[in-house]
Design a protein around this ligand. Sequence first.
Ligand SMILES: O=P(O)(O)OC[C@H]1O[C@](O)(CO)[C@@H](O)[C@@H]1O
Length: 318
Amino acid sequence: MIITLTANPSLDRTVDLGGPLTPGGVHRIGSDRTQPGGKGINVALGVHRAGLPVLAVLPAAAADPLIALLDEAGLPHRSSPVAGRVRTNLTVLSSPETTTKLNEPGSELTGAEVAALEELLLGSVSSGDSVMLSGSLAPGLPVDEYVRLVEALHDAGTRVGVDTSDAPLNALAAALPRVAPDFLKPNAEELGQILGVDGASLEAQAATGDLAGVRDAALDLHRQGVGAVLVTLGAAGGLLATEDRAWYCPSPAGRVVSTVGAGDSATAGYLIAREKGEGPGGRLARALAYGTAAVGLPGTTIPRPDQVRVDAGRVRAL
Ligand SMILES: O=P(O)(O)OC[C@H]1O[C@](O)(CO)[C@@H](O)[C@@H]1O
């Protein structure tokens, strides 16, 4: 079973201005939709839509509108009760094709709420499960929360993946090789945060075909104990470092409708392929195919398998 933790879930509200976004201006909203969001929830939706057993764990009050949206989506979930409301993250679509994201920090969890969330997660796993810890940490969670959870989940006999950024990611990188997740999914910016370099330039290098910087950084993390490092590079494709080697797959060109949730969809594709027993090339190809499919869907829409076209022929060893 795959279990995801969304430590800071969200209601993802997407508004389309149908025109340019002007700082200081008054804008009329054309279309407006609210979907369940937060990285672990998005990953779980992808896995669920592929027909694999999954459970999403999150902090939220039973009456929170997010819970109703998860029920509506049919996603198996367990939430630990909190007093605060789930945050709303706003995506503003404007022309020419621009996505602007405004993420709330999330309500602060009390010490007791943090303990209840950890207890719920650890009580939900069994030896042999795969756990994915995804997204930012709600205020109140310690910055090394993911380091502590990776240790506790390894003790429980599970495989653990992490997808996060900023201070929680740096805390995780600092704990290597003593504590090492089995799977890490940085984008170029996050890889840059770990290395202390500009992620945009890593992505730009990759776009020109120069993959050495990203490959070396991913292999370095792998050699420090991370079982598999999947680096998503946006339009430049993605790279996987595992089994002491690296593979690259370009992104197929397609229409960009919304990039929100593309990285989470790539993680879902990777986990689905791993559950099916596919090798590194197959896992990378499915991850990229899921990410590409998500980019072609509106708002935070996570693809179904029939919307995904996997082309393992595009993968090459580096
Ligand atoms: O936890 P973070 O880093 O604020 O990201 C949450 C946002 O990212 C997404 O998970 C997309 O990756 C959205 O659904 C959500 O609004």
